[in-house]
Design a protein around this ligand. Sequence first.
Ligand code: FEO
Length: 173
Amino acid sequence: MISPRMQDALNEQVRNEFYSSFAYLSMSAHFEHRNLPGFAAWMRVQAGEEYVHAMKIFDHILDRGGIVKMPAIAQPPVQFETPVTVFEQALLQERAVTKSIHDLYALAMETKDYPARVFLDWFVNEQVEEEKTAELVVEQLKMVGDDRPALLVLDRELGQRKPEAAGAGSAET
Ligand code: FEO
């Protein structure tokens, strides 16, 4: 049985992950409007991954007899500036999620919640990847600068991103 404290903390993380999903969708819509369909597609795939993250935690709470309290999700930003600032915002968002995952991990250690600790291992590793990916795109966009043709090449490249294989988002992965 999950402790009330861990249950509440995990419910809060469900909110964080859904918020991330909403925020990426908002960024995706922005890029569609700016005629950058590759960046828009990349953001849409990322939004789907965040949904999967939220559902992993949702299932973990339920698997342990806890109560899922579906949260209100704040409205993410709608107005954005240049592509590099959008991805910088994404990177900041990922860093904030990393901190919240680490706080959950610390809580699991402190309360000797071993199932939660093992469950959270996947998220700790995932955040390393998420930050690395966002940092890479930020750096590439900085290299591109005001070079419009190079921006279009990068847009096309990021548009190749595919959703994770079916099952990769299940609780077993
Ligand atoms: Fe689920 Fe990108 O953190």
